[in-house]
Design a protein around this ligand. Structure first.
Ligand code: PGA
Length: 250
């Protein structure tokens, strides 16, 4: 089954509103008319309104890097899915490894956020991946299977269609070390097989699994031409219009 690739930019905690607007103004003409892949940008919450406004009507979707699982409430510093929808956001990352590592996000929290995103028809990109010690101990498959089961608890096959998974080996994020295309494809196969077990083969066959971790213009083609890799989640190389465009047009 042909899966349309999604090329996503995770800007992390970078850019001022002026820099973000300058990116969008330069980027949109570079990717105008590009329909082969979906394109999405994930800026910090404070940048979202202006980036959404600047990208309105284009072929570039805008999402949050994180949402809270509650509809609203006394959660200082957090952003609700309703707030994201109100300003026109359509996607969200969930469970990025930096959130797991620095903000104590567990599989249980990831699961709650996934339920909230699906309920409100926000496209969720669920991030999973092993740390170096787990890979070196031969535990990659075990970790991925545990993370998938944790994230997908209570998710039905009917509800699962919008879900995107991002496989991001933690040791490859921001380090310049990339998984080889074969390593990534192997991990994606493990993930897809587990999704098939949980939600059935048709859901698994249709689900997009992105690769993330030091994707750059010079390795994008070899990674993205793998049958199993349905797009990329790009950090560092997504901060400049030229390098992100080169990845989009791999
Ligand atoms: P990187 O980040 O491309 O800078 O490794 C990827 C990510 O964290 O999503």
């Amino acid at each position: 089954m042909a899966r349309k690739a999604l090329i996503a930019a995770n800007w992390k905690m970078y850019k001022t509103p002026v820099e973000a607007k300058a990116f969008v103004d330069a980027f949109l003409p570079l990717v105008a008319g590009h329909t082969r892949d979906e394109i999405a940008l994930f800026p910090s919450p404070v940048l979202l309104p202006s980036v959404i406004f600047a990208a309105k009507g284009s072929n570039v979707a805008i999402g949050a890097q994180n949402i809270h699982f509650a509809e609203e409430g006394a959660y200082t510093g957090e952003t609700s899915v309703g707030q994201l929808i109100a300003i026109g956001g359509t996607h969200t990352l969930i469970g990025h490894s930096e959130r797991r590592q620095y903000f104590a996000e567990t599989d249980e929290i990831v699961n709650k956020k996934l339920h909230t995103a699906l309920k409100h028809k926000i496209v969720p990109i669920v991030c999973i991946g092993e740390v170096l010690a787990e890979r070196e101990a031969g535990k990659t498959a075990e970790v991925l299977i545990m993370q998938i089961n944790g994230a997908f608890a209570g998710i039905t096959a009917e509800a699962a269609a919008p879900i995107v998974i991002a496989y991001e080996p933690v040791w490859a994020i921001g380090t310049g070390k990339t998984a080889t295309p074969e390593m990534a494809a192997d991990a994606h196969k493990i993930i897809r097989a587990e999704v098939a077990k949980l939600l059935g083969a048709p859901v698994a066959a249709a689900m997009r699994i992105l690769y993330g971790g030091s994707v750059k213009p010079d390795n994008a083609t070899s990674l993205l031409s793998q049958e199993e890799i349905d797009g990329a989640l790009v950090g560092g190389a997504s901060l400049k219009p030229d390098s992100f465009t080169a990845i989009v047009k791999y």
